[in-house]
Design a protein around this ligand. Structure first.
Ligand code: SF4
Ligand code: SF4
Length: 278
């Protein structure tokens, strides 16, 4: 997907000349489990939509999870997660609102035959979900597909697990959107054996991330839109986006959006003593 995004992660020596006049570099420094992590974010002097910050959020999330996983492994811990392991693709995966809009764009940028297959898989999953009387908190208080305020996440997760329904992007044991997969998938790791993931939900030892970037995006969208924090269930994300297209097109200053993203990330990270914020 060739893009001219107003928000981009920069390499150490990259400038913002390509972004046009008035572009800025915003720094983000974190100390993850004793490892300093530095990000340089290029921001154009123009408007951005919620979806435009998702590539940046994915890069930040990848760096944080890499450091955490590497630390656990270097301390002798075992993390069995890998691209070909997929028992967790039967869990309920929530998308933040910016991710839902971004995923829709990424699917629509694919060749038509892939779009058709993905839309069909989502439609079949949505039909199955809606025909099985989901708990009230799954349907949410806003639009179908929204998990609303996630007031009862455990109730919803247990009900969803009982459906034994694979993610609509899970095909022949492979994630068909691996490079664009949700932050909830990227930030989910377990310690020990993958067997625990295939058994009763809740027995796997989930690795607690020092900060979850999916929560940062959820909070950011909630503040910018002046709404409650929402999470969108992945099988229902495409119809949910269609119902909320006016929200997809809303824009804010890219610089303001990134500054607030950085502030929320730092605030969430500083709540955990394992992360120092510079
Ligand atoms: S969380 Fe469990 S099922 Fe998912 S990749 Fe890791 S080990 Fe495999
Ligand atoms: S998006 Fe990919 S990794 Fe995430 S649950 Fe679906 S198939 Fe699995």
């Amino acid at each position: 997907m060739a893009e001219n995004l107003p928000i981009m992660m920069l390499g150490e020596s990259e400038g913002v000349a390509d972004f046009g006049g008035g572009a800025a570099i915003i720094g983000l420094d974190l100390d993850i489990l004793g490892d300093p992590v530095h990000f340089r974010i290029g921001v154009a002097q123009r408007q951005a939509r919620l979806a435009d910050i998702v590539p940046l959020a994915r890069t930040v999330s990848a760096k944080i999870t890499d450091v955490v996983v590497e630390k656990i492994r270097s301390d002798g811990g075992r993390i069995p997660c890998c691209q070909s392991c997929s028992a967790c693709c039967y869990y309920l995966v929530p998308l933040s609102v910016p991710e839902a809009f971004r995923l829709r764009e990424e699917i629509l940028a694919r060749p038509q035959y892939q779009q058709r297959l993905m839309l069909r898989a989502c439609l079949l999953a949505a039909r199955r979900i809606l025909s099985r009387k989901p708990p009230k908190s799954f349907v949410g208080q806003t639009k179908p597909g929204s998990l609303g305020s996630l007031a009862e996440p455990n109730v919803v997760a247990s009900w969803y697990a009982s459906l034994k329904l694979a993610c609509p992007f899970h095909y022949k044991g492979v994630c068909t959107i691996y490079e664009q997969r949700p932050l909830a998938c990227r930030e989910h790791f377990v310690k020990g054996s993958a067997r625990a993931c295939r058994g009763r939900r809740g027995t796997a030892k989930v690795v607690e991330m020092p900060v979850r970037v999916v929560d940062v995006l959820g909070q950011l969208a909630s503040e910018l839109e002046g709404m409650k924090v929402e999470a969108v269930a992945i099988p229902l994300a495409l119809p949910w986006c269609e119902e909320n297209l006016e929200r997809h097109e809303r824009t804010w200053s890219a610089a303001m959006m990134v500054e607030r993203f950085v502030e929320i990330l730092k605030a969430m990270a500083s709540k955990d003593s394992t992360v120092a914020v510079a």
